[in-house]
Write a protein that binds this ligand. Structure first.
Ligand code: TUI
Length: 320
């Protein structure tokens, strides 16, 4: 399919056919998924998360055997291994870096001189303005519909405010899982989208089948945010683990108790398929995900549908 994205700043910046970035989902976003997204015309992302550096290095070597297209690395700034991750990004000349969960100044300073494009994920106008000043090439504006660690604003109100506040391109994230979301994001002022949850249910995601099934059966109110009281709000699918977190929050339990309960829980969900006591990070868009498809088909359908919506809207919204 040939879509006219040559005029799009995000597709040009990424060197991709489509202005789409795959979310840097911890444990989910490995070389297999990232390569499938990149081969499908989007930007595949490997999530460094808290991965031991030697494992991350294997993923960086592996992706080059699976695709020759551009790919990215997501650096989770709260991780204790950030320094090692930056060194690996340098060593393997990773073309594109996204960051999350913190201020990316150090990453921009170290990796831009090596030729990497740096695109921080932010959740407020102030953060977007700050990263632009620090030298970011674009920004992912993530609404609280997203899965995992989130801010407080919805995609609907965050995207237009950030689009009005910065000159660099804005990529919308949070709640986008189909062509309707893509069209809405562009209507709000974004020039690209970041999509996470939808790709949990791609054929190439190596996620445990039970995790995929949990996303497939999610409904409108299947999500919950825990950790507001500890300052680290995280959106997951409801299960025994989130119920226990909520109890701890009501009791005002000490932070060590949360940490003990949460340790290793995301890996348990993704790798072992523990859907009761694992951390099933997923966005509100899980309710929109009803099938497992190859990543390339997901991307192609999203943009085909978005284009149809844009045409239909231009007829409906044009003045007489
Ligand atoms: O980072 C994410 N999502 C994540 S990270 C993650 S791993 C984790 N697990 C448990 C607790 C916490 C993290 C799971 N999901 N999304 C991008 C994102 N970044 N959302 C919000 C932010 C953010 C927050 C603060 C960006 C910048 C920021 O800056 C703080 C500052 O000092 O400016």
């Amino acid at each position: 399919m040939n879509l006219n994205y040559r005029e799009n700043r995000v597709a040009r910046l990424l060197g991709c056919s489509y202005p789409l970035i795959q979310g840097g989902m911890a444990w989910v976003a490995d070389a297999e998924l990232a390569a499938a997204v990149s081969n499908g015309g989007g930007l595949g992302i490997i999530a460094a998360a808290n991965m031991p550096p030697e494992l991350l290095e294997k993923e960086l070597v592996k992706i080059r055997t699976l695709t020759d297209r551009p790919f990215g690395l997501n650096i989770m700034l709260m991780s204790s291994t950030v320094e090692d991750v930056i060194s690996l990004a340098e060593k393997y000349s990773v073309p594109i870096i996204t960051t999350g969960a913190g201020s990316p100044g150090k990453v921009i300073d170290r990796l831009k001189p090596c030729g990497s494009i740096v695109i921080p994920v932010v959740a407020s106008v102030a953060q977007a303005k700050r990263v632009e000043k620090q030298g970011a090439d674009a920004v992912v504006a993530e609404g609280m519909e997203a899965g995992g660690h989130i801010g407080e604003l919805t995609t609907m109100v965050l995207i237009p405010q950030i689009a009005d506040s910065v000159e660099i391109p804005v990529v919308a994230a949070g709640g986008i899982a189909d062509g309707r979301g893509v069209a809405a994001a562009f209507a709000l002022g974004a020039e690209g989208v970041q999509v996470g949850t939808r790709f949990i249910c791609s054929s190439e995601a190596t996620v445990h089948q039970s995790y995929k099934d949990a996303v497939l059966s999610a409904r409108d109110r299947s999500n919950v945010i825990t950790g507001r009281t500890t300052g680290h709000p995280v959106r997951c699918l409801k299960n025994k683990l989130t119920n226990r977190f909520e109890e701890l929050e009501k009791e005002g339990a000490p932070i060590e108790e949360y940490e003990k309960l949460g340790a290793g829980r995301l890996r348990a969900a993704v790798v072992e398929g523990d859907v009761e006591w694992g951390s099933l990070m997923a966005g509100q868009s899980a309710a929109l995900v009803n099938d497992i498809l190859p990543a390339a088909e997901i991307i192609e359908k999203m943009f085909l549908d978005a284009g149809k919506i844009a045409c239909a809207l231009s007829a409906v919204l044009s003045l007489e």
